[in-house]
Design a protein around this ligand. Structure first.
Ligand code: FPP
Length: 228
């Protein structure tokens, strides 16, 4: 069976999950962490090589400050608790986005986790935090102009090396939960030939079986990459 090499997930519906249960929105984010754990495990089990999770978009700054602070501290405490386990599982953890604008403490644990898992050869797990696809392209142009890179030599491969995610392959499968059907500025350069899988399931309810269903669905797609 053809397994997607790179799965990218837009984890949506935490707020609605909480609302349905009469809980504050942040309870949905907390439960979302359990879904992250499940999907990481299921990715390893299904031989997915790259898993990228949209954890905070550049547009998410529009949310109430309290919710933003909760999300950052949730990421921080999750990493503190999980980084050793991730390392023991041979998982390589990366972060993409404008990391320099995040709270110092979160930046620190992000750096520590990346360093700890740097040499791991199992699943490549990437969290997109303060990430925007357009911002990524703009930041790449800024970097290459500072390096006096000759624009004449620019092509898709050389430009790709300036992206945050320069060492990630193109996305094969984008999954979005909670019924929404849009890309929302996620990995726009890398997703041009991605297959899309949408599900009504809210992110905190997303299970190992849900990931398997998406992978099975992907295996039935006929990919042509513009050819016949
Ligand atoms: C979308 O639900 C979810 C988010 C904006 C945050 C998801 C982040 C995590 C689960 C944490 C990731 C963990 C690490 C370690 C980086 P929503 O709030 O948009 O839900 P709604 O659309 O129902 O309101």
């Amino acid at each position: 069976m053809m397994v997607p090499v790179h799965i990218a997930i837009i984890m949506d519906g935490n707020g609605r999950w909480a609302q349905k249960k009469g809980l504050p929105r942040v309870a949905g984010h907390r439960e979302g962490i359990s879904a992250v754990r499940r999907v990481v495990r299921a990715s390893v089990d299904n031989n997915v090589k790259y898993l990228t999770l949209y954890s905070f978009s550049t547009e998410n700054w529009k949310r109430p400050r309290q919710e933003i602070e909760f999300l950052f501290s949730l990421m921080e405490s999750t990493l503190v608790v999980e980084m050793k386990t991730l390392h023991a599982e041979n998982i390589r953890v990366r972060f993409i986005g404008r990391i320099g604008q995040l709270p110092e403490k979160l930046q620190k644990i992000i750096g520590d986790t990346e360093k700890l898992t740097f040499k791991n050869t199992g699943l490549n797990l990437t969290f997109a935090v303060n990430y925007g696809g357009r911002q990524e392209i703009i930041d790449a142009i800024k970097v290459l102009s500072k390096m006096k890179f000759s624009v004449r030599d620019l092509d898709e491969a050389s430009f790709g090396r300036f992206l945050y995610s320069s060492d990630l392959p193109d996305v094969d499968l984008v999954i979005r939960t909670a019924g929404e059907q849009r890309l929302s500025n996620f990995l726009i350069w890398q997703s041009i030939y991605a297959e899309f899988y949408f599900t009504q399931v809210l992110w905190p309810d997303f299970s190992e079986d849900d990931l398997k269903r998406a992978i099975d669905d992907f295996a039935r797609r006929k990919r042509k990459f513009g050819g016949l």
